[in-house]
Design a protein around this ligand. Structure first.
Ligand SMILES: Cc1cc2nc3c(=O)[nH]c(=O)nc-3n(C[C@H](O)[C@H](O)[C@H](O)COP(=O)(O)OP(=O)(O)OC[C@H]3O[C@@H](n4cnc5c(N)ncnc54)[C@H](O)[C@@H]3O)c2cc1C
Length: 473
């Protein structure tokens, strides 16, 4: 067996969890090694948050060019060269962002090892080659003995029976990298990933059908928020079929025929591509966890304490492989907490709310509790709502649909949650996240001057409603 190299802080995975943990640990004086089997930046930068937002933006630009006549602007019918869109997305967005991360790791003197890490024990791992595991015997590969380990191996798409990922049946990565804009596009699963790409391709000119198993798309958002998105989807020609079971996909080289059933009645749709986005699975099954004392809970998620420490005190886990929303910004936070804990800081994952965003048309965002979640917890709350229709900026953008809603305690008007659906929701939720996480009440927000005319005003207006002094409603 090869001699084990001794290293201080080792991080497995260089996605949002892993690379941020590496930077923070280095800033705190640790000597850091990162092991990454794929691309630095992980899912988020390479095949997730970043490229999806690039395609969504391209879709908006194309749609806006088509709809310019609303503002008295006449253009020739716009056309799109999708290969150029894809090239821009990859080179100017993804490559630029990932090389930025590589530079940051280098600047912080983080040693990056390419390869797949497999745990041998509570203190040792092996780095095997990526691709076929030809170095899986204990005699091969690089063996590392670590003082502290942070596992940040992320997640991968779930495949469902009858929909093997191949050719025209694709996962979200395939959906982001299509060589052409499909004429007919079927999306199985109306969660946030499926909904975002459905909206993007509809804006790019595809006819899109979403097939969703539950009674509504976007089950993690309130029904009245989803209603605003459904109205826009109808305008954009997106068909939404709910309470539908996806049965099978059959391909003939040129198209794919998707069979689904509603109330046992089967129907088919012929499409150019069928994208399956029904959830993600934690990458914890292939890591050698069985060789350690790390406790794994439901859905393969690793059990951790408030600092991200697993049942093995020198091993931490962060990001999509631990409970909670599988979102990049949650991974960022957990990364800083774990790196701090290793460095002896009193860090904790003690947030009151993690914001969640869906970049649909319009955007939806939520933080903290909804009214019904508060009720389930026995907290008495009021809600205060202000519509974007009463906001000059939203009206001048021709985007008056949606609202801001605050959820405040009945006794002190403390903000315990907030929801936004409408223009700019993804950015507006940051202020509300600050307010929820710092324990502000509605009066604090109402007494904070918001610039006019901006999309932020509905937050102040909703706070005015909450304290009983509505102005523009
Ligand atoms: C289409 C799409 C859109 C998304 N949009 C958003 C969004 O807008 N906002 C948001 O917050 N989140 C979004 N997400 C979710 C976000 O991408 C994830 O929550 C985030 O990437 C999780 O970070 P992570 O560090 O836990 O894991 P990952 O990003 O999955 O990174 C894990 C890394 O570990 C590596 N790895 C795995 N196993 C090993 C091993 N044994 N050895 C070495 N390396 C290994 C992998 O190659 C990978 O690079 C989106 C996801 C998808 C799919």
């Amino acid at each position: 067996m090869s001699d084990a190299e001794k290293r201080d802080t080792v991080i497995v995975g260089a996605g949002p969890g892993g690379y941020v943990a590496a930077i923070r640990a280095a800033e705190l004086g640790q000597s850091v090694t990162v092991i990454e089997k794929g691309n630095v930046g992980g899912v988020c930068l390479n095949v997730g948050c970043v490229p999806s937002k690039a395609l969504i933006n391209a879709g908006h630009r194309f749609k806006e060019a088509q709809d310019a006549s609303t503002f008295g602007i006449t253009t020739q019918a716009p056309s799109i060269d999708f290969s150029k869109t894809q090239e821009w997305k990859q080179k100017k967005v993804v490559d630029r962002m990932t090389s930025g991360v590589k530079m940051l790791l280098k600047k912080h003197k983080v040693d990056v090892i390419e390869g797949e890490a497999v745990l041998d024990s509570n203190t040792q791992l092996r780095v095997v080659s990526t691709g076929p595991k030809q170095f899986m015997s204990a005699d091969d590969g690089l063996t590392i003995e670590f003082k502290n380990l942070i596992i940040a191996t992320g997640s991968r798409p779930v495949e469902i029976p009858g929909f093997e990922f191949k050719d025209r049946v694709i996962d979200s990565t395939g959906g982001l990298n299509l060589p052409e804009i499909p004429k007919e596009f079927v999306v199985i699963g109306g969660g946030y990933v499926g909904t975002e790409l459905a909206c993007a391709y509809a804006n790019l000119g595809a006819h899109v059908t979403i097939i969703e198993g539950t009674p509504s798309i976007l089950p993690n958002f309130d029904k009245d928020m989803v209603k605003v998105v459904l109205k826009q989807m109808k305008k954009n020609g997106i068909d939404v079929i709910t309470s539908a079971m996806a049965k099978k996909a059959e391909q003939d080289g040129k198209s794919v025929t998707v069979t689904y059933a509603v109330d046992d009645k089967e129907s088919t749709i012929k499409a150019d591509y069928c994208m399956v986005t029904v959830g993600r699975k934690a990458n914890t099954d292939d890591l050698g966890l069985e060789m350690t004392d790390i406790k794994v809970g439901d859905h393969g998620l690793i059990e951790v304490d408030q600092q991200g420490r697993t049942s093995v005190p020198n091993i931490y886990a962060i990001g999509d492989i631990v409970p909670g929303p599988a979102l990049a910004h949650k991974a960022f936070f957990e990364a800083k907490t774990a790196a701090g804990a290793i460095s002896g800081k009193k860090t904790a994952n003690d947030w009151l709310g993690v914001p969640a965003v869906c970049f649909a048309d319009p955007e939806l965002a939520t933080v903290g509790m909804t009214q019904s979640e508060a009720k389930d917890k026995g907290i008495e709350v009021n809600t205060a709502k202000f519509p974007f229709a009463g906001n000059a900026r939203a009206v001048s953008l021709d985007e008056p649909d949606g609202f801001v809603r605050l959820v405040t305690t009945k006794d002190e008007n403390n903000l315990v949650g907030a929801q936004v659906v409408g223009p700019g929701a993804s950015d507006l939720i940051a202020e509300l996240s600050l307010a929820v996480n710092s324990g502000m009440n509605a009066e604090d927000i109402a007494l904070t001057i918001h610039p006019h005319p901006t999309l932020s005003e509905p937050i102040q207006e909703a706070a005015d409603v909450a304290i009983g002094f509505p102005t523009h409603i």
